[in-house]
Design a protein around this ligand. Structure first.
Ligand SMILES: [Mg+2]
Length: 252
């Protein structure tokens, strides 16, 4: 592909259609990042707006996030949407066609890994160890100097977690069960009502969302990258979460 074509800016997505199945990443897509993911808040108007859009789509709206489903529900309460959590490892509202990931870590062993992560990163008080229950996210957004230490720890910890893989992200490295990814999660939703037979549309901002973009592109859907990440498989772009919310607001 000529360079000029590669560098051509991606168009904004078209207005929402009632024939879509809409999949939305949460952090960095619907909501701005905070240094600490626990500080992220959902404006009540956004939950209401998403519920309205879900209604217009006959329920074909799912949140697909690196957070666990319990964490997604806490954010959007009292609204509760079909969801793919932990990058697709957890699903609610669709059955995953493949078996549960083989990863099974004893609670005591998991607690030890989490405790070791906190001890290992004690020298970087603004780095954050996020225990998601079955996944462990190590964030250095607030303290970039912590990155090498995070990477060293993650490599060591991976050896103690059979069936796990490393999931790189934006200022975060995550240890998570191998198996499903966001593409597989979206495919699982699309196999069942109310998602089946609709045109898939997925918006996300991070490396892990590229699995979703690939799947959606294969299904003649619309893939939307949020922010200026490059390279990307996405065919459309929105500048930031505020632009995503404006796009949704027009739809609602
Ligand atoms: Mg994201």
């Amino acid at each position: 592909m000529p360079a000029a074509e590669t560098d051509a800016p991606l168009p904004a997505p078209p207005p929402l259609s009632e024939h879509w199945a809409l999949f939305l990443d949460v952090d960095g897509c619907l909501l701005e990042f905070e240094d600490d993911p626990d500080l992220v808040r959902v404006p009540p108007s956004l939950s209401t707006q998403l519920a309205l859009i879900a209604q217009r789509l006959d329920g074909a709206l799912a949140l697909v996030s690196g957070r666990g489903i319990a964490g997604i529900d806490r954010l959007f309460a009292p609204a509760r949407f079909p969801a793919g959590g932990l990058h697709g490892v957890e699903l609610r509202g669709a059955a995953l066609p493949q078996a549960e990931p083989a990863a099974a870590v004893e609670p005591a062993a998991w607690a030890a890994v989490v405790a070791d992560a906190r001890a290992w990163l004690a020298a970087h008080p603004r780095a954050r160890v996020e225990d998601k229950g079955r996944a462990l996210a190590l964030h250095w957004r607030a303290e970039p100097e912590a990155e090498p230490r995070v990477r060293a720890f993650a490599a060591l910890a991976l050896a103690r977690l059979p069936g796990y893989r490393l999931q790189p992200g934006d200022c975060v490295l995550e240890l998570r069960p191998d198996g499903a990814d966001k593409g597989a999660a979206i495919a699982a939703f699309l196999a069942q009502p109310p998602f089946a037979g609709r045109r898939p549309v997925f918006a996300g901002d991070d490396l892990t969302d590229e699995h979703g973009f690939a799947l959606v592109n294969r299904r003649d859907g619309i893939s939307i990258v949020v922010g200026n990440r490059q390279p990307t498989l996405a065919t459309h772009r929105l500048a930031d979460p505020a632009a995503v919310r404006r796009w949704l607001q027009e739809a609602a």
